[in-house]
Design a protein around this ligand. Sequence first.
Ligand SMILES: CC(=O)SCCNC(=O)CCNC(=O)[C@H](O)C(C)(C)COP(=O)(O)OP(=O)(O)OC[C@H]1O[C@@H](n2cnc3c(N)ncnc32)[C@H](O)[C@@H]1OP(=O)(O)O
Ligand SMILES: O=C([O-])CC(=O)C(=O)O
Length: 370
Amino acid sequence: MTVAKGLEGVVALTSEISSIVDGVLTYRGYNIDDLADQSTFEEVAFLLWFGRLPSKAELDQLHQELDQHAALPDVLLQQMKAYPKNVHPMSVLRTAVSSLALYDEEADDQSSEANRRKAVKLTAKIPTIITAFARIRQGLEPVQPKAGLGFAGNFLYMLNGEEPSEVAVKALDKALVLHADHELNASTFAARVTTGTLADMYSAITAAIGALKGPLHGGANEQVMATLEQIGSIDRIESTIQAKLDNKEKIMGFGHRVYKDGDPRAKHLREMSRQLSQQKGDTLWYDMSVKIDKLVYEKKGLKPNVDFYSASVYTYLGIPRDLFTPIFAMSRITGWTAHVMEQYANNRLIRPRAEYTGLTNQSYIPIDQR
Ligand SMILES: CC(=O)SCCNC(=O)CCNC(=O)[C@H](O)C(C)(C)COP(=O)(O)OP(=O)(O)OC[C@H]1O[C@@H](n2cnc3c(N)ncnc32)[C@H](O)[C@@H]1OP(=O)(O)O
Ligand SMILES: O=C([O-])CC(=O)C(=O)O
């Protein structure tokens, strides 16, 4: 047996959802650069789920459905109020999404119609879960979702309790477009492995959220901000990064399993960070990020991934650091659910092999003789 450690380079399945070829990322054949500049998150959600861009009427309907399903069951809100306040919001999201299944009568209905409805329901409710917990842990009442604000706008409204600026909505919307899908990344793979057993969509998404949480995957965006805060000033960058490299620590937000010459999403986030920093009149995080970007390339030949500049973007939007990965999930739910539906439509159990390297020919010794 030859082992591909971390399954590097292994083509595990076929998919029509997103592709990475020669460093170019496309969703359903549309270049991410075009989508980032011209589409909206809701449009991208439709594209990922249905394989084509929506008509105006279809997009209006999706907006309405997302608004209609955004509220949480009261019983879940009550449970969330009893959660410990100091836990990570990704743990809350994982638990709350798993709980949602208990209150969805069609949780175990695996028809394609039910799965499409569940994809919308999950997408609609995740921002409400994130923002409800963000407020509950501060001793505040959750803000009920408000129809008509759009997905990104409603998230910011529920987080802060006031209607957001157009600049903030546009920036978050673009970040959501950029995070919506990414071929067979670890969390999507987790979702597809779970679906491969014919388990339900909530189980698959719970697994995916768990996989996204890790700092080698979605959790890196929070760690990028932790690094920026730890460094704190431009003059401490060189020594801190050098010390991390000497200690063989990973520099968070750099490197990628697939992109060896840069992540096409990073340039959009870098530009957003630049613009937001200027609007804020505080360019420290952006300036530090640019310097780290240059330094890590000079020292290690590594380029930033999607998580690097998203950290300063979210910070400029006033979002607490531990909500960065939940925001990633709030976008990637569209990709995950598209992959779950694709897996059901052409399923085969996903079950690779392991090369056994443990002990052999052991003789059993009864317990009283050990
Ligand atoms: C949304 C996303 O999931 S994007 C990725 C988010 N994760 C991060 O930003 C965490 C930091 N990055 C990493 O840990 C890695 O680059 C990963 C997990 C993204 C990819 O991992 P792999 O494909 O397994 O690459 P691997 O870890 O084998 O790295 C190859 C070499 O580059 C080095 N390297 C890779 N990334 C980094 C990094 N961020 N900092 C320092 N060195 C790095 C490794 O140490 C290794 O060096 P070596 O050959 O001298 O041992
Ligand atoms: O594809 C990956 O391995 C990680 C990634 O960039 C993503 O999920 O967006």
